[in-house]
Design a protein around this ligand. Structure first.
Ligand code: GDP
Ligand code: IMO
Ligand code: MG
Length: 420
């Protein structure tokens, strides 16, 4: 068997959590492969709403095994809070949520370092989620990390050594006004709590499952434009959010990748700093934000809103090897006279149709305009009920992106999902 990979093609928050939940009944296992509690994946069903950060979005459908892979960075305190919430609402986790021993731990001092580095950047701040993501991956790559497997042996000593090293860096950054006594106590409680979960060699587990004929869905976090290599660097996250991240983040050979589902919104959003060529600063942008409830699931920050960017999407489809697209939040555009799609960029007076090295300065979007559908899509249950103008929008996107749109979402609920 091969795995299917589901990931965001824009700047995150495309609706990955909802779609993973919808697709989970078809798989035996759901696995996260990168990112950490910077993610906020929202699911809605049976009148309830859940936001998941570190726990995969396959946790609600039946008794499926969910895996937190080696590519993920995990904060024990936040993980414990999230898991306990789910346990309170009646979801059994301890037998079926497996954690890779090779996943790296986000320490309280990593979060301080995140804040200190942001402060030091002055007006070039990335606008991180403040969860310690960058410093934890930095420690991993520089061979200074603390892993889940470390809690099994001589942990206190290892923790103290890492903390001392972080404190020295914080002093060098003049970042000394903090007291983490309480946070640290809670964090250590999280470590004890984590011990109750199966701590596994997830690369062996996933490959054995595939050999046994089991099906696996890999859930991405963030989006391709936040990928550390191919995103809008340096305004990115610190992991590979692209499909290749599923190989390194779970221990899968590239020949084990089956379908690659690329999730897009019918428009585009971004939270945090950095370039966003199709951003709308006018009342149209404000209208998309209001109708789409575009506020961050983790930080509550306003999401920046704009039209769909086909130049960036073509690039994202290329670097991920996307086989099928999934379009979310189509209903948010129900009430617009005209819809725009960016088909090229103008840079230094020249029109280009490819995603360039640098989109930080001087990019002007070239738009195609289409009539809006001015119809409520939220109660549509089949493609046949779609208004013609919406069908035209779908056909236009498929033609431009040379990839089929397999699923269309017309509302936040599990049920508001149409397969084609
Ligand atoms: P993720 O990080 O990719 O999982 O996405 P988020 O959960 O951060 O953001 C997506 C938001 O859109 C959530 O509030 C979802 O409940 C909501 N959502 C998902 N699909 C749809 C849709 O088709 N229509 C509408 N109106 N909202 C949606
Ligand atoms: P999901 O999985 C949207 C953004 C932050 C910031 C940059 C770096 O819900 O789609 P970090 O804390 O990762 O060092 O921040 O990345 N960012 C996200 N934006 N959705 C996310 O996750 C994000 N995770 C990080 O806003 O600009
Ligand atoms: Mg999100």
């Amino acid at each position: 068997m091969k795995v299917d990979v589901l990931l965001g093609l824009q700047w995150g928050d495309e609706g990955k959590g909802k779609v993973v939940d919808v697709l989970t009944p078809r798989y035996d296992v759901v696995a996260r492969f990168q990112g950490g509690p910077n993610a906020g994946h929202t699911l809605e069903f049976e009148g309830e709403k859940y936001v998941l950060r570190s726990i995969p979005s396959g946790i609600f459908q039946g008794n499926k095994v969910n895996i937190i892979g080696n590519g993920v960075v995990l904060a024990p305190d936040l993980f414990m809070d999230e898991a306990k919430e789910l346990e309170k609402s009646g979801h059994e986790l301890k037998s079926r949520l497996h954690i890779s021993k090779k996943a790296h731990l986000i320490m309280p001092t990593h979060r301080l370092l995140d804040a200190a580095y942001e402060a030091a950047k002055g007006k070039n701040k990335v606008g991180t989620t403040g969860k310690g993501i960058g410093p934890t991956y930095t420690d991993k790559i520089s061979r200074n990390g603390l892993r889940v497997g470390d809690i099994l042996d001589n942990f206190e000593e290892k923790y103290a050594a890492h903390k001392a090293r972080h404190e020295e860096i914080l002093r060098s950054l003049n970042y000394t006004d903090y007291d983490i006594t309480e946070v640290e106590r809670h964090w250590m409680e999280g470590i004890e709590y984590m011990r109750q979960f199966p701590l596994v060699d997830s690369e062996h587990e996933v490959n054995n499952l595939l050999r046994e004929g089991k099906s696996v869905l890999c859930e991405g976090a963030q989006g391709t434009m936040l990928d550390v290599d191919f995103g809008s660097y340096p305004f990115v996250t610190s992991s590979n959010t692209i499909c290749a991240g599923a190989c390194t983040g779970l221990g899968l050979g590239p020949n084990k990748i089956g379908d690659v589902f690329g999730i897009i919104k019918a428009y585009c959003t971004r939270v945090g700093a950095g370039p966003f060529p199709t951003e709308l600063f006018d009342e149209t942008g404000a209208k998309i934000r209001a109708i789409g409830h575009e506020y961050g699931a983790v930080t509550g920050r306003e999401r920046r809103c704009g039209w769909i960017d086909l130049v960036a999407l073509k690039y994202a489809i290329m670097v991920n090897g996307v086989t099928k697209l999934i379009m979310m939040k189509s209903d948010v555009l129900d009430d617009f006279q005209t819809i725009k799609a960016c088909v090229a960029y103008k840079q230094n007076g020249q029109v280009i149709d490819y995603f360039p090295y640098d989109i930080n300065e001087g990019i002007e979007p070239v738009y195609v305009e289409m009539p809006g559908w001015n119809t409520d899509l939220t109660s549509c249950t089949s493609e046949a009920q779609f208004p013609q103008a919406f069908k035209d929008y779908i056909a236009f996107l498929e033609e431009q992106l040379e990839t089929p749109i397999a699923i269309i979402s017309v509302g936040p609920d599990r049920e508001q999902t149409i397969e084609r």
